[in-house]
Design a protein. Sequence first.
Length: 77
Amino acid sequence: MDMGTFRGIITLLVLISFLGIIWWAYSKRRKKDFDEAANLPFADDDDEPQNRDDSASGREADFRHADSRKDKGDKNT
């Protein structure tokens, strides 16, 4: 088997894999799942608690900013 035949077989396998992925993505069984995933950014779930970092609030940011104006060295350690 020479290099050209090997490359042809690899190209054929990649083409078959690509067509399989396309067939899977556009199958009717997957449409419902993909439609739900497409609408996730628009979901309004107020019941779930939000994961917010309290240290990023504006009040603490003002304190950090005020401390950074003083010459006391690096406070980020």
